[in-house]
Design a protein around this ligand. Sequence first.
Ligand code: HEM
Length: 308
Amino acid sequence: MSVVLVAYLATLALHAAFVGYVVAGTAYVLVQAVRRADDPLAATVLSRLPFMLGCGITAGVAPLLFLQLLYQRRFYTANLLMGPRWILIVPALIVGFYGLYLAKHTARRRGLVLGAALLCFAFVAYAWSEQHALMQADGAWEAMYAAGQRVYVAAEIPLRFALFAGGMAALFAAIAAWSTPLRRRLAVIALAGRAVSVAAAVALGFAPAGSAFGLGAAVAVDVLGWLLVLRRPDDARGLWLATGGGVATLVAAVIVRELPRMALVEPEGPLSAGAGGAVVFVVAVAIGVAAVGWVIRTVRGAAPEEPA
Ligand code: HEM
């Protein structure tokens, strides 16, 4: 496995954790807003959503760069075929981002605003699945181009959407459960999410033979952890197991997701082969880490004191 492929998988997993929190978290707060429930968990989640979306988008940039290196010709062809339809994800993200800020700072029309934001995020998630499917469907490219078609339709796309939506619910639950006593409710959300994911994965044939066992084992640990949380929400062991199972499921799913496409990885081009740059890369990483450390220190120093 090349370094680029490993870096791609690792950063994609990080991206998935953040956007999972955002999409499922927005849905959770939306439901509570519509019910007009006075829910402390919804308040905590809402206060974190804009920050988590910022993290999710930023964490999407790294796999995007690696993806272009791995599947250059296919990635760009699919992008060009979808054209303006693809670029629509940018305004959708902007609307979603501002929707979250608006919902966080005013209760007026919160349900409407969150509903609109959720639609934007669902559109972006669907667009990524569409792009993922189209870049592998080279048999469809010519006809799509000739017809001037901008939308790629395939049965696998809604199934991928369902699979990832279920996974997002479980990821949200695993992250949110560490800052609330309302864990039983999150266990139900996680288990329902896993059920949807597993059904969609089976319908899709997501895990090729040989890899299904690893992914299945990780899901089993995750489900066991959540069942323990359901029984004893205050026992940290269940939560640790659910979180460990969740991380293992995420890593396994990201790898399994890539397997059918790996044969399509393009060989290094003559320009990049032996181009070097390792020293510049290490220096850039050091500067980046130092800058992030400085930002964290500055923000901590400026934070208002916690009330006694
Ligand atoms: C709320 C916003 C977003 C959501 C909900 C979202 C969701 C998703 C989903 C569901 C997938 C998996 C698609 C599939 O395998 O079928 C995905 C993949 C990906 N996303 Fe995001 N995403 C968001 C924003 C972004 C942004 C802003 C970037 C880049 C800056 C990004 C970069 C990526 C990359 C590189 C992949 C892998 C695509 C592939 O391997 O074919 N995402 N995203």
